[in-house]
Design a protein around this ligand. Structure first.
Ligand code: HEC
Length: 337
């Protein structure tokens, strides 16, 4: 639930963000010798290049660092997809003054080749490097950075910690990689940068604009944007997961409910559609993002409305999504694919 509270936070003022960040700052940057947090260990990039953690990766830079492993099935795909959204929001600053690093905590399995394939699977652009190395070095690093989690902590064997910081100013914040991407982007791009790139005038205008639009705010659309767009589109094609335009017409209601609220159960029951889909989408699992019943109704209504709207717009049905009866639930693909 932490991430949901945070996403609400993202809507509140910069001041609030500031207050929170400072309190984390005190916790992490408390040590007098900042360098002791940053062992200069050797790591290898997804392209096979050897680099040193302190000298090559963080010195003088604004960075976001998480620890992942590519065979992780539960939170990690969501973590990576969320980070990809943050990267998109920050635009070409990533690779310019901001750098993202994902370091494998399963370096024996995650060779540079495996990391490279993972990076491609998530359509990750430049400025974000995946790294492997010696297990004992990486354990030491995550402990020093205060983001180590005991492998027995949960089914994933780690927590979605994200460490963001600016080495030049010595500000470090331990965040949650599953947080709202806009919030995360503001923390990394504005706060850590002492608001050097922030356009305050545009910011003010945006806030008044938002205020007047709230009355007809579509909550379902908002939820979809918050919890699903990291991996899905409505009519813009497949992303990490399938394009969901028309999904309410090809799948039956009960199956959809299960897929959205308890995707892991469908796989456990060897549901043929879910199993085939998992294969098709490179074994990236649809994560359980804790959708409650109210949110489920809103999301389903949004999926339906957006599909209906699209059908109406399509000229003489040329691009229309063919509406199929609900019993077509054995189809493994959408008619629009
Ligand atoms: C981390 C990425 C990710 C996120 C976030 C995510 N999904 Fe998915 N979703 C997938 C993948 C991958 C698949 C297909 C593979 C599978 O079934 O595991 C999928 C499949 C689905 C399907 C089945 C599609 C079909 O063609 O039958 C539905 C419905 C769905 N997701 C809805 C949602 C909704 C609603 C949300 C937000 C509350 C959401 N997903 C969030 C990755 C994601």
């Amino acid at each position: 639930m932490l991430s949901k509270n945070y996403s609400r936070l993202a809507k509140t003022s910069t001041l609030f963000i500031l207050a929170m960040a400072v309190s984390f700052h005190a916790k992490i940057a408390g040590a007098d010798d900042a360098n002791s947090h940053f062992p200069n260990i050797e790591l290898i990039t997804q392209d096979g290049k050897t680099v040193h953690f302190y000298d090559d990766l963080i010195k003088g830079k604004i960075v976001a660092i998480d620890f992942i492993y590519t065979s992780c099935q539960y939170a990690c795909p969501l973590e990576t997809a969320r980070m990809a959204q943050v990267q998109k929001k920050l635009g070409d600053r990533v690779g310019g003054d901001i750098f993202f690093y994902s370091i494998s905590i399963d370096p024996e399995h995650d060779t540079p080749q495996v990391l490279k394939a993972y990076k491609e699977k998530f359509h990750i652009g430049p400025g974000w490097t995946f790294l492997t190395g010696k297990k004992k070095d990486i354990d030491l690093l995550s402990k020093r950075l205060n983001v180590y989690s005991d492998p027995s902590i949960n089914a994933d064997g780690h927590l979605p910690h994200l460490l963001i910081g600016n080495e030049a100013t010595g500000t470090w914040i331990r965040a949650n990689a599953l947080d709202n991407p806009s919030f995360q982007a503001r923390m990394i791009g504005d706060f850590l940068d002492n608001f050097k790139h922030t356009d305050f005038k545009a910011e003010q205008q945006r806030q008044t604009g938002d205020g007047s639009a709230i009355s007809n705010f579509d909550r379902g659309k908002y939820l979809f944007a918050r919890d699903c767009v990291a991996c899905h589109t409505m009519g813009q094609g497949d992303k990490v997961g399938p394009d969901l335009l028309g999904v309410t017409t090809v799948r039956n209601h009960d199956w959809l409910v299960k897929m959205i609220q308890h995707p892991e159960q469908l796989l456990k029951e060897n549901d043929p559609i879910a199993t085939a889909m998992l294969k098709k989408y490179n074994n990236v699992r649809m994560p359980n993002v804790s959708v409650n019943n109210d949110e489920l109704d809103l999301l389903l209504r949004y999926l339906e409305t957006a599909t209906a709207h699209n059908n109406k717009e399509a000229t003489a049905g040329a691009n229309a999504v063919a509406a199929k009866p609900a019993d077509a639930s054995t189809a493994t693909t959408h008619p629009n694919r």
